[in-house]
Design a protein around this ligand. Sequence first.
Ligand SMILES: Nc1ncnc2c1ncn2[C@@H]1O[C@H](COP(=O)(O)OP(=O)(O)OP(=O)(O)O)[C@@H](O)[C@H]1O
Ligand SMILES: [Mg+2]
Length: 326
Amino acid sequence: MPLLDVRDLHVAFHTRDGVARAVNGVSYTVDEGETLAVLGESGSGKSVTAQAVMGILDMPPGRITGGEIRFEGEDLLRLPEEARRKVRGARMAMIFQDALSALNPVLSVGYQLGEMYRVHRGASRKEARAKAVELMDRVHIPGSAKRVDDYPHQFSGGMRQRIMIAMALALEPRLIIADEPTTALDVTVQAQVMELLADLQREYRMGLILITHDLGVVADVADKIAVMYAGRIVENAPVRELYRAPAHPYTKGLLDSIPRVDQKGQQLNAIKGLPPSLLAIPPGCAFNPRCPMARERCRVEEPPLYEVGPGRSSACHFWKEMPDAP
Ligand SMILES: Nc1ncnc2c1ncn2[C@@H]1O[C@H](COP(=O)(O)OP(=O)(O)OP(=O)(O)O)[C@@H](O)[C@H]1O
Ligand SMILES: [Mg+2]
């Protein structure tokens, strides 16, 4: 049984202009100790899917219109809010892009870290403070015993992100969802924070969902990748195979748009055009207006996820024609 099993999830937002279909039948699984990277352009539904799993979706305007979210065998969408709240934080936790807005600016980081133990574990103030220092050590914050009473703004961006990781780890959850955890940091700090997260994930054997648009980050830490486009998964693959032999033209487009150090001066092959409006997703394959391989069938028939190999699937009718097809 997978740790997390999302099945055919649908999420819609009711807006003034109509119904935005943000998630349209997403399925993925995460095992204990496994890292799933979720990749895709802005607006493809990566965060909304994660928010639905975490139970923090804005409802309204959002609405889960179909599917199941099974976590440790339990159907989360059927849990009463009280039980759901207990899952959140204790059994699954989330790390956001922007630590400064996720942390409370008027409380010391030690207080906020310790609060996890006071609220969930009934620890005393003194015990909680000691735990906070311990957690700060776990995420390699130098001088933890001195810095435990400092406020979030007194830490650098990278250190704040470490504090967010510490907060997520506090109750030793089984699953962590990290939504663009390093996007706001500069490149060297990004690598350090990502490495820390990957180390802790291995040590605690947690499941990790890593949401990113950075293909470079993914290669080193993920086991498998789900590529999203317009609220659907268009390709699933183990990480190496996806790089070696993408089985969907959208994935290939993403890979081709990475600047490569070994090909200096080469023009970036960004994917032409823009993702569709979620208020009017094109019929057939949602990617067809931008796809160099598109033909008539793509404009009328929505592709299913074809199985293209072990642990691999592609939502392209013509995946066999991809230059490096599996
Ligand atoms: N609170 C909301 N109200 C209305 N629509 C929303 C809301 N949150 C998300 N959406 C819609 O859902 C779509 C998917 O959003 P989501 O945040 O999942 O994208 P994403 O893939 O995480 O993109 P990014 O890479 O920019 O974070 C958005 O384009 C938006 O139209
Ligand atoms: Mg997002």
